[in-house]
Design a protein around this ligand. Sequence first.
Ligand SMILES: Cc1cc2nc3c(=O)[nH]c(=O)nc-3n(C[C@H](O)[C@H](O)[C@H](O)COP(=O)(O)OP(=O)(O)OC[C@H]3O[C@@H](n4cnc5c(N)ncnc54)[C@H](O)[C@@H]3O)c2cc1C
Length: 441
Amino acid sequence: MSTRILILGGGFSGLYTALELEKKLGTDVDITLVNKENFFLFTPMLHEVAASDLDLSAIVNPIRKMLRKTNFFHGEVEQIDLDSKKVYVSHGTAHHHHELEYDHLVIGLGSITNFLNIPGLEQRALTMKSLGDAIYLRNRMIANMEEADFECSSDRRKPLLTFVVAGGGFAGVETIASINDFLREAIRFYPHLREEMLRVVLVHPGKVILPELGEKLGVYTQKILARRGVEVRVNTRVAGLTDRGVALNDGTTIETDTLIWTAGTSPNPLLAMLPCMKEKGRIKANEYMEVQNYPGVWALGDCSVIPDPKTGTAYPPTAQHALRQGRVLAQNIAAAIRGGKRKPFLFSTIGQLASIGRRTGVANIMGINFSGFIAWWLWRTIYLSKLPRFEKKFRVALDWTLDLIFSKDLVQFQTLRAPVMLGENHNARMLEPEACEVRAM
Ligand SMILES: Cc1cc2nc3c(=O)[nH]c(=O)nc-3n(C[C@H](O)[C@H](O)[C@H](O)COP(=O)(O)OP(=O)(O)OC[C@H]3O[C@@H](n4cnc5c(N)ncnc54)[C@H](O)[C@@H]3O)c2cc1C
């Protein structure tokens, strides 16, 4: 029987492990990858889907088209038993259960949003992590403008046209910048609304936004956003979310319908059941990505803590680390199967970039700061080159080109059932279409 390698998670870490294993081991081994979605999501461009810059399928790739020698299991991991070397998964609308056995287990299950127990967030806040989240946010912005345009909603206009993003990290800043551009462009098509009616607020607990890029670029970003009408509230925390709006720790409340929460993450809750060593809920692995006391078990990406031998601290949870960890891990698994030397994961962040709207960006590459058009151009060029598959690169480049000519699309992506007839002939009844919101995946 050939060696069974089971990969949990089809994000940056899991997918790139599988791609590299296919190259290194081909069909000599039996590789299976389990993922909840049947696609790989390119998160760095997620905000562009929310803001109608890109079509919703442009930044996702079907896993089956990317992996040719790996068995793909579209389903949900429910339980991992490290002692019996079994993983329990379910799939399909009826949630059939299966038991998958392994010789090597790769855990790349990523992280989830953490609302930090702040009252009202779990029930009401929007998140920005999945494709569904981006579609939901886009729909919400359009629905709010549609409603606010009517006279009967004039007393609800304020909360409908106020949008708050919590968290001044990369995800929060890129989200606020792109939705601000979208709203200000789209509002022209609503005859009873004016740009001055919009309120777009970024709430950040630290002194300066984008702390990863240093104070200079953070302050620059704040100035650019403020010039474009975004209210940036630093040294401020969200204290709660009610039907009146967002309560802040300075005692004020922002009247709004929409809070997008990007300010907290937690390791995947499935890890809580694992008996292996953990740090703040993430699996502790060594520099080879091996999990101590469990030979053949490996962990990487956002759900793991991998030490940087140069600094002794853990590598940051980013896509650029996760995908490179995947490549090195595949070599280590190949070495474990065929014999050979394992490689420690060694990587220094090359640079970090953020797109802050209207052809402006900020970047720090190899210690050098860039801002303005050049940083935005670098952002687009680098991320376009990283987006997997030529077809998707082409679609994104095409969308970006068309964006220069046409205004942003205002169509809502709804999954509405068309009206149907019930009963026979004259007694037939029309059923109202049933609105089912796009599920956050
Ligand atoms: C909006 C946003 C923007 C970002 N921008 C950048 C950026 O510009 N640059 C950068 O370097 N990083 C960026 N990141 C961070 C980057 O996305 C993560 O660091 C990276 O995705 C981590 O890879 P991973 O494989 O560990 O986890 P993920 O990519 O999250 O993959 C985990 C996979 O596991 C699957 N999964 C989880 N639970 C189960 C289950 N029970 N059963 C089956 N499947 C399951 C998930 O569906 C997912 O496909 C961004 C993140 C977000 C949210």
